[in-house]
Design a protein around this ligand. Structure first.
Ligand code: NAP
Length: 659
């Protein structure tokens, strides 16, 4: 359970953070330096961290609770504390830092339940409904968080219960860790030659997170020394490798091994699984399967006319390899989604000509620090106050609970379609449009092209520090909005009949996210195929379980992706914990398997559908990869993380069948 090399023996039983660090901190800064430092810190985070390290709740008074003012486009400093509250909080923080300096060397400790409750109540502005989620994410209290509170040894005896985890990306690593903690025999297979999933594959120029780094880590592996505010792809891969190393996961993984098929055997009540490695197929049995195959994995390369006649180089963003060069080349990028948004600015300098094929313009949220390292003052706080970075991580996760839902929720009476879905949505639109007009002021005709013709939030909103506009404004860049008509030997003919001769075409055309479990035959009870059952409309209870597929659990399955709110890791971890709890129930009942009822699935789907219908991405006039070919939003979770916590909190007996 624990690879904390610094924890005491007593704590080893309860620390559930692989990066929990007991190295003593000792403040030596002068009063003057401390006074400067408190001007560059999120005050609620500082006060929470001071209360935790001193054990003194006086640092988290009710009068200084942040209101957690809803975020329209960019976070409010200090969660929306008034100027007067900020002044008082700063003084309190400063006195706390002096006190900490006088205390000498101090180390992180696990907190009592009472103190944790008090600090969480403070930092969340009294939102008690978020408390269970925040406890889960903070994970520094003696209450523990997502770790299983049971061990398979209690149940198994001579009984086997082998689990197959398919995929060793962000979700698979979480599953592997938690399942091993529970003492279950785990085999992992991974089609690639290493771990990391999307972060192993995506090596295109400019790849990095487009959400804040501190919201993108496991609750059980809270790294504090991230170098960048929006981590680069390689940094995330290193983190995942370190996590896997700390839990000794690699020896459980069979690399370059693919799942071909899985069939539920009704007489053995096991899954008959076929895998392939190096052309050799293998058949084996497992009691349960956890699918962590990822969602954005299968490249979408549209079948453009004449594509096979093109004699230049082509590459999909996900298939970028290090030997591909851009220097001096004429390059076309097709697509202006999240991947193109990072590629285009990263290569614009190097190319001789850049042609960007834009079908729909992206919405961009201001993020001035998008390419910035963590600030020096942040590093100071992280190094000098025990667990400061954990509190900061919690702050980021906390802000993501309400997220920006209020900006994308549709008002049935609103008349602004197809440009906006509510007065607030229109306000955000106006603000972002004004920003675009300023960025493109030297070429107003380009501003018109850069303004999306759909409501903010209907597609993923990107983080912008101005480099996108700079890249499009370059003389060497042409933005084409007439579409791709056909490929020729030398390039692409656009919708206006103009040929663009290029040396390299980059397909930043996304993936086929609706095709869950694509390429894998999954046969459940009565040899029912999961793909036939879904008919192109993937549905799963809590995004995890499908009726008729006992002991088959999906991670990052249908309808659990957050887009304007929430933490990916939280959703994945909760899905893992939910699946483990399902297995716990099976073992406790001495049953073989758990299934979910059709009624429970229908109820779940109706619930998420009604949520999605109220969002900008659920409007009938928008088109987005969040919807499947039938038009249903099958990717997105329309509620808060706190609501997913509740949904996955326990196995509701009436929703399940035990075999
Ligand atoms: P995407 O968001 O689906 O964007 C694909 C782009 O290609 C869109 O602009 C789309 O236009 C365009 N396109 C698709 N088919 C086309 C066609 N036939 N002709 C012309 N244009 C076409 O894909 P992505 O950029 O790879 O991103 C996918 C998801 O991956 C993101 O939403 C995000 O969740 C994740 N991602 C995350 C990060 C990060 O965190 N750093 C980075 C990259 C990706 P339309 O918009 O008109 O459909």
């Amino acid at each position: 359970m624990l690879v904390d090399h610094t924890a005491t023996t007593q704590d080893k039983k309860i620390v559930d953070d692989l990066f929990f660090d007991r190295t003593p901190c000792q403040i030596t800064a002068s009063d003057e330096d401390l006074a400067a430092l408190v001007h560059d810190v999120e005050l609620p985070v500082l006060l929470a961290a001071l209360a935790a390290v001193t054990g003194d709740a006086a640092y988290v008074p009710e009068t200084l609770r942040p209101p957690i003012t809803p975020v329209d486009t960019a976070p409010h400093p200090h969660g929306g504390l008034s100027q007067e509250q900020q002044d008082i909080a700063r003084e309190l923080g400063l006195s706390g830092l002096r006190r900490l300096r006088d205390m000498g060397a101090v180390s992180a400790t696990l907190l009592s339940a009472e103190l944790t409750d008090e600090i969480i109540d403070f930092i969340s502005g009294g939102h008690k409904e978020w408390a269970p989620t925040l406890h889960h994410e903070l994970n520094v209290s003696q209450q523990g968080a997502g770790a299983p509170r049971w061990h398979a040894d209690t149940f198994l005896g001579s009984r086997a219960f082998d689990v197959l985890v398919v995929g060793a990306g962000v979700a698979g690593i979480a599953a592997g860790h938690r399942y091993l903690q529970a003492g279950l025999p785990v085999t992992m297979i991974e089609a690639a030659s290493g771990i990391g999933g999307t972060w192993l594959k995506n090596k295109y120029p400019g790849v990095r997170l487009d959400t804040p780094t501190f919201g993108y880590s496991y609750s059980f592996a809270q790294k504090s020394n991230w170098p960048n505010q929006f981590a680069q792809g390689g940094e995330i891969l290193e983190y995942l490798e370190e996590v896997a190393d700390r839990v000794d996961l690699i020896r459980h993984i069979e690399f370059e091994t693919k799942l071909v098929s899985a069939a539920w055997n009704e007489s053995t009540r096991l899954w008959d699984v076929v895998t392939v490695h190096g052309g050799i197929t293998q058949q084996r049995q497992f009691a349960a399967i956890v699918s962590a195959v990822g969602q954005l994995d299968h490249p979408n390369i549209p079948s453009f006319p004449g594509l096979d006649t093109y004699q230049g180089q082509t590459v999909h963003s996900q298939e970028w390899t290090e030997d591909i060069t851009c220097e001096g080349k004429r390059i076309a990028v097709i697509g202006t989604g999240a991947s193109a948004f990072q590629i285009v600015p990263a290569i614009a300098d190097a190319v001789s000509e850049l042609v960007v094929f834009q079908r729909s313009a992206p919405w961009m949220l201001p993020a001035p620090s998008y390419h910035e390292p963590m600030t020096e003052s942040f590093q100071w706080f992280a190094e000098n106050i025990p667990n400061f970075a954990q509190w900061y991580r919690l702050w980021v996760v906390l802000a993501g609970i309400p997220g920006r839902f209020h900006t994308v929720t549709a008002d049935a009476e609103w008349q602004g379609a197809p440009y906006s879905v509510s007065a607030k949505n229109q306000e955000v639109r106006d603000y972002l449009v004004a920003r675009l007009r300023t960025q493109f002021s030297s070429r107003p005709e380009l501003a018109e092209i850069a303004i999306p013709s759909y409501p903010p939030g209907a597609k993923r909103m990107l983080r912008d520090n101005g480099v996108w506009a700079e890249a499009l404004l370059r003389e060497s860049t042409t933005v084409v909005t007439s579409g791709v008509s056909a490929f020729t030997k030398n390039g692409i003919i656009d919708g206006d009949g103009v040929e663009h001769e290029v040396d390299l075409v980059i397909f930043a055309t996304g993936f086929t996210p609706s095709d869950y479990l694509d390429g894998i035959d999954v046969l459940g009870v009565g040899k029912k195929s999961i793909h036939e059952y879904w008919q192109g409309d993937a549905r799963a209870y809590n995004g995890v379980m499908v009726p008729g597929f006992p002991n088959f659990f999906m991670l990052y399955g249908p309808n659990v992706g957050g887009v304007v709110a929430g933490s990916l890791h939280f959703m994945l971890e909760r899905a893992v914990e939910f699946s483990l709890e399902a297995i716990h129930e099976v073992l406790e009942r001495d049953a073989d398997a758990i299934d979910v009822t059709e009624e429970a699935l229908q109820r779940f789907v109706s619930w998420v559908d009604s949520g999605n219908r109220q969002m900008s991405w659920g409007q009938p006039y928008v088109s987005t990869w969040y919807q499947n070919s039938g038009g249903r939003v099958s990717q997105v979770w329309p509620y808060t993380n706190a609501e997913y916590f509740d949904a996955t909190e326990k196995i509701t007996e009436s929703d399940h069948l035990f075999l």
